[in-house]
Design a protein around this ligand. Structure first.
Ligand code: NAP
Ligand code: ZN
Length: 350
């Protein structure tokens, strides 16, 4: 074991503070990575404040962070894909059983025995996993991704969660040229959803509660922007969407969006609000619409997404911050005031 520097919260109501944590020394299949940038996902906030206590209660101290980009420091003797000095990335998963049908299909996000990057039982330490708000991390090689060399690293980190979480359902539900696609909520996930929908050639419509984000939405690739609190603007799009991706982190009226789907259209939730969202089933029944959810993505698809981003020069729009500003960043996340992802420059932790 060795000591790594990190930022943690001690309880749901505590601010982040500097700390040290124990990490394992790299074993045969492990890659040790010096973390250069880590994105701040709204899931980090939900977890740090124990807002998902029913599903995944938070164990304190908690070190969040699952949008990790860095440089390999050391590899175990069985590692062949990486060597010291290589760029490397880690997302939301750090382990799975590798033997179940989901793992065999490369869909590790559905493995019943997966290990999440933070706040998850850690079979190595006997405690919980600690995430990327830290100067280094040790991860099994299968869960370490290659980073295209042409991309800005601060903007690449958010691809590991915000990127794959929006890319995967769009691929699954066939977002292509000729489709009308909506993205609800222009935050970290939403702005990546807009970039991907646009890159896939879809007619892309952003739904936002923030009038001030209209110009940015168009610049990011939207063809139209709808202020979702304006019922007249919403009504103009009734029954017209093939697919809507909802990336809202808070309570909101989901039925208003279900009614915008055409026959057989799908609304996928990637946003994970604290409380259940009531669904009016007749909105689904009459047009055979479907309402579903989607979690992150598997390792092969995450690597595919990074390759797609490399080819199309896609990264997140980031505000780079030192780790000392993480508490302020969380307050701004709650006000929907981030353009459009915070990326922590981990050099600030040295
Ligand atoms: P974020 O950057 O805070 O963005 C959320 C956006 O939702 C805001 O920018 C805002 O957009 C909109 N919004 C906020 N409050 C709202 C309200 N009361 N009513 C309507 N819209 C509201 O968050 P994020 O990091 O993108 O994460 C979004 C959600 O996805 C979180 O719940 C997170 O936990 C979840 N998530 C899920 C997965 C998964 O695997 N499914 C992975 C990562 C994250 P406008 O200003 O445009 O309205
Ligand atoms: Zn995330």
């Amino acid at each position: 074991m060795y000591k790594a520097k990190a930022y943690s919260v001690a309880s749901a109501k505590s601010p982040f503070a500097s700390t040290t944590i124990a990490r394992r020394d790299p074993a045969a299949h492990d890659v040790q990575i010096e973390i250069l940038f880590c994105g701040i996902c709204h899931s980090d906030l939900h977890q740090a404040r124990n807002e998902w206590s029913d599903v995944m209660p938070t164990v304190y101290p908690c070190v969040p962070g699952h949008e990790i980009v860095g440089r390999v420091i050391k590899v175990g003797p069985a590692v062949t894909r990486f060597k010291p000095g290589d760029l490397a990335a880690v997302g939301c998963l750090v382990d799975s059983d590798g033997t179940c049908p989901e793992c065999k299909a490369g869909l590790e996000q559905f493995c019943p025995n997966f290990t999440l990057t933070y706040n998850f039982p850690d079979k190595h330490s006997g405690g919980v996993t600690y995430g990327g708000y830290s100067d280094s991390i040790v991860v099994k090689d299968h869960f370490v991704l290659k980073v295209p060399s042409n991309l800005d690293l601060a903007g690449t980190a958010p691809l590991l969660c915000a990127g794959i979480t929006t890319y995967s359902p769009m691929r699954h539900w066939g977002v292509t040229k000729g489709k009308k696609v909506g993205v609800v909520g222009l935050g970290g996930l939403g702005h990546m959803g807009v970039k991907f929908a646009h890159a896939f050639g879809a007619h892309t419509v952003v739904f936002t509660t923030s009038a001030g984000k209209k110009d940015d939405a168009l610049r990011l690739g939207a063809d139209e922007v709808v202020l979702s609190r304006d019922a007249n603007e919403m009504a103009k799009h009734a029954g017209s969407f093939d697919f809507i991706l909802d990336a809202v982190a808070a309570d909101h009226d989901i039925n208003a969006y279900i009614n915008l789907l055409r026959r057989d259209g799908n609304l996928t939730m990637v946003g994970a609000p604290e409380k259940p969202l009531p669904v009016a089933v007749f909105g689904l029944i009459f047009k055979r619409r479907s309402f579903s959810g989607s979690p992150i993505g598997g390792l092969p698809e995450t690597q595919e997404m990074l390759g797609f981003c490399g080819k199309h020069n896609i990264t997140a729009d980031v505000e780079v911050i030192p780790i000392q500003k993480v508490n302020e960043a969380y307050e701004r996340l709650l006000k929907s005031d981030v353009k459009y992802r915070f990326s922590i420059d981990m050099a600030s932790l040295k």
